[in-house]
Design a protein around this ligand. Structure first.
Ligand SMILES: Cc1cc2nc3c(=O)[nH]c(=O)nc-3n(C[C@H](O)[C@H](O)[C@H](O)COP(=O)(O)OP(=O)(O)OC[C@H]3O[C@@H](n4cnc5c(N)ncnc54)[C@H](O)[C@@H]3O)c2cc1C
Length: 367
């Protein structure tokens, strides 16, 4: 008898499964995809969209259309609760969806500090789609007056965001400022060469880098740091690290230290074999994985194979995370920094390589 497969979140790790919904339906199963938007935005190009290098259509996949064209059902909603015993997903709208097999790819959310007062003009780097709203608002205000945009976070997302806001503001009528609050040290988890190259590109674009410690609170347009440093800004964009949704822990499922759904080498929940997962929302038991899209993309074929195999009572395949990955930061103004193993380059070529890879990725799944 046919089973009901639910894809919870249409993110990067579900791309191949979502492209093969018709094949799963042909086997007699039904497929439902649940996501908060009709589109999934490719995060690798998000900062570029903020900087006006890409338009929303360049960086998003029409998941609702894709699912429905293949005979699946799309539900525009968010999962808020999981019941693994009765095999139920509870949605924000109050609806309940039952499953025989579920795969989670609900990504991660930005750690938000204490915010008092107005939340207006406070953005986070996720969800990616909101970066377009941030872009429009920054453009509008910077057309009327000088603005200060504070980007908080010293990791790749913060560096990319600051560089791309600088690109956006370079076209503004009034001379404006981008301040990157990079924790205690910019890109502290990366090799010294990458730190130096990134710093140089950002500073050449006019980004002021402050290593003033960690943000403790935001009150209206005022930022406070644990070093005692205080600053005012017109816009704030938070890139202060990410964590998976709390619903895995709340459901009593095994999780990693970050709250991510613990999965074995088959990308399967050890206690509930009808639960799979990929991307930022999982904790891979064999070895902790960086929260980068590269792993979500690498998980795709195994996740598709294993979901289909489980539906058909066939053998599962183990996931191999592979070796070091190519890392490229888009730091705005068509400049980037690239690293693969010991090899590093920076400047226009690094950006062009990233742009080419990202556009190819979009093209592949658009088709
Ligand atoms: C600004 C920025 C730039 C980045 N650049 C790169 C890069 O260049 N290269 C790289 O490898 N990594 C990059 N990353 C990291 C990368 O974003 C993540 O590792 C990647 O997005 C993980 O993919 P995912 O599919 O797990 O999550 P996501 O891309 O977040 O996708 C999750 C999907 O699930 C949906 N969803 C969320 N919550 C729910 C819910 N409750 N119910 C149902 N659906 C839900 C979302 O709408 C989304 O469609 C970047 C991150 C940021 C923030």
């Amino acid at each position: 008898m046919g089973k009901h497969l639910v894809l919870a979140g249409g993110g990067h790790a579900h791309m191949v499964t979502m492209a093969n919904i018709d094949k799963i339906c042909d086997l007699g199963h039904s497929v439902t995809v649940i996501g908060p938007s009709d589109y999934h935005y490719y995060s690798g190009m998000g900062p570029g969209m903020l900087g006006s290098g890409y338009e929303p259509d360049d960086i998003r996949f029409a998941i609702k259309k894709n699912v429905e064209n293949q005979g699946g059902t799309f539900i525009r909603d968010s999962i808020v609760k999981v019941d693994p015993v009765s095999r139920e997903l509870h949605l924000k709208s109050g609806k309940t969806v039952n499953y025989d097999v579920v795969s989670f790819n609900t990504g991660s959310h930005v750690d938000i500090p204490v915010i008092e007062g107005s939340r207006e003009r406070i953005y986070a780097v996720k969800p990616i789609e909101r970066l377009y709203e941030a872009r429009s608002e920054i453009e509008q205000l910077a057309g009327k007056q000088a603005v200060t945009v504070a980007v908080i976070g010293g990791g790749p997302a913060g560096a990319e965001t600051a560089g791309n806001v600088a690109q956006l503001l370079s076209k503004a009528a009034f001379s404006s400022r981008v301040v990157l609050f990079a924790g205690r040290k910019l890109l502290s988890k990366f090799p010294c060469g990458m730190q130096k190259k990134s710093r140089k590109i950002l500073e050449n674009s006019g980004v002021s880098i402050q290593e003033a410690g960690h943000l403790t609170a935001i009150r209206d347009n005022h930022l406070s740091f644990d070093s005692g440093h205080e600053e005012d800004a017109d816009f704030m964009i938070l890139a202060t690290g990410v964590h998976p949704s709390s619903f895995f822990r709340e459901a009593g499922l095994q999780t990693g230290p970050d709250g991510g759904l613990l999965v074995n080498r088959f990308l399967q929940c050890p206690d509930y074999p009808d639960i799979f997962g990929g991307g930022d929302c999982i904790y891979y038991k064999e070895q902790p994985l960086d929260k980068v899209g590269v792993y979500a993309v690498r998980e795709n074929p195994v996740l598709f194979h294993n979901i289909k195999a489980f539906l058909q009572n066939e053998a599962l395949q183990p996931f191999d995370p592979g070796g070091d990955y190519l890392l490229i930061f888009n730091l705005g103004n068509e400049k980037g920094v690239l690293r693969k193993n010991w090899f590093q380059i920076s400047g226009g070529l690094a950006f062009r390589i990233k742009d080419w890879i990202d556009r190819k990725f979009m093209e592949k799944f658009h088709n």
